[in-house]
Write a protein that binds this ligand. Structure first.
Ligand SMILES: Cc1ncc(COP(=O)(O)O)c(C=O)c1O
Length: 306
């Protein structure tokens, strides 16, 4: 999906014009993938733009940095405020937000510790990540021939830039084979997650999603779905899922900040069909929530102010 530029990008405390937000070719993270990031969305609400679960995303960002032993040169509060400021100055109602903390220019080699640490926050308008048709009628999923990395190779709790080559390998394979998205299996053979989304299936009327130990990121959308589903009276559990469970489940869907909530209509050409009632209900409630239409979840919306 091509980028639509906005006006300003926040870089190390300064608001820089979009076209001038550049880095040196010898930026350490570009070569070794040593950076951490978040994907966040702001939505238009009747009280102006609001960032969905901003605090939770910035907590995860700082936890990613901590696991990677990256000292963030800004406080938690400064990054929260800078995120709101970046949405505000770009005069945008709804957008995707990308904060990134990365090893900068000045040192090369595999020891990142002497490198300067830079921080940037960009925002841009981003439509449905897996397409409007996907949101309505579901996507075609492929089980990847690529495996999710072992938790002792790269910790799944970290959103590190470098680890996403695993996701991109799976994504490219799926697209070239005529599918919309891929799910990866853990080294133990259990379903882990999709390339940038958590996965859920419905079996015997209950929602099941893989545990962190299967290599899945603890998704903030996933956490929201847990709450939404329980409040709707639907049972939710984390449990190991085999690929064959996906072939025979009643319903399946995926969730993530970029993708939002998307039904899965088939897995490896085994039809699941049009989105079922549980998927629809969760999806509808999620979209109403992010627009500020559900009172009980209003705390999840952090307004950027004027
Ligand atoms: C690998 C991976 N899994 C799951 C998710 C979903 O997480 P969230 O709902 O917090 O965006 C993401 C997106 O951040 C991701 O990159």
């Amino acid at each position: 999906m091509p980028l639509t530029p906005t006006e300003k990008i926040w870089m190390d405390g300064e608001l820089v014009p979009w076209g001038e937000a550049n880095v040196h070719i010898l930026t350490h993270a570009l070569h070794y993938g040593y950076g951490v990031f978040e994907g966040i969305r702001a939505y238009a609400t009747s009280q102006g733009p609001a960032v969905f679960r901003l605090t939770d995303h910035i907590v995860r960002l700082f936890n990613s940095a901590k696991i990677m032993l990256i000292d963030v040169p800004f406080s938690f509060e400064e990054i929260v405020e800078a995120t709101k400021e970046t949405v505000r100055v770009n005069n945008i109602d709804s957008c995707y937000i990308r904060p990134i903390i990365y090893t900068g220019y000045g040192e090369m080699g595999l020891n990142p510790m002497p490198c300067p640490v830079n921080v940037a926050i960009a925002v841009w308008p981003w439509g449905t990540y897996l397409g409007d048709e996907g949101i309505k009628h579901g996507i075609r999923l492929k089980i990847s021939s690529w495996q999710r990395h072992d938790p002792n190779a790269i910790p799944p709790a970290v959103k590190a830039t470098g680890m996403y080559i695993n996701s991109s390998l799976a994504k490219v394979e799926a697209l070239k084979s005529g599918y919309d998205e891929a799910a990866l299996l853990s080294p133990q053979g259990y379903v882990s997650e999709c390339t940038g989304e958590n996965i859920f299936m419905v079996k015997d009327g209950r929602i099941v999603t893989p545990p962190v130990s299967a290599g899945a990121l603890e998704g903030i959308t996933q956490k929201s779905i847990f709450t939404i589903a329980k409040d709707l009276g639907i049972e939710v559990e984390t449990g190991n899922i085999l690929r064959s469970d996906l072939y025979t489940c009643e319903e399946a869907f995926l969730s993530g900040t970029a993708a939002e909530v998307v039904p899965i209509r088939s897995v490896d050409d085994r039809e699941i069909g049009e989105p079922g009632p549980i998927t629809r209900k969760v999806q509808e409630t999620f979209f109403a929530t992010v627009k500020g239409e559900v009172d009980r979840y209003k705390d999840w919306l952090e307004h950027v102010g004027t």
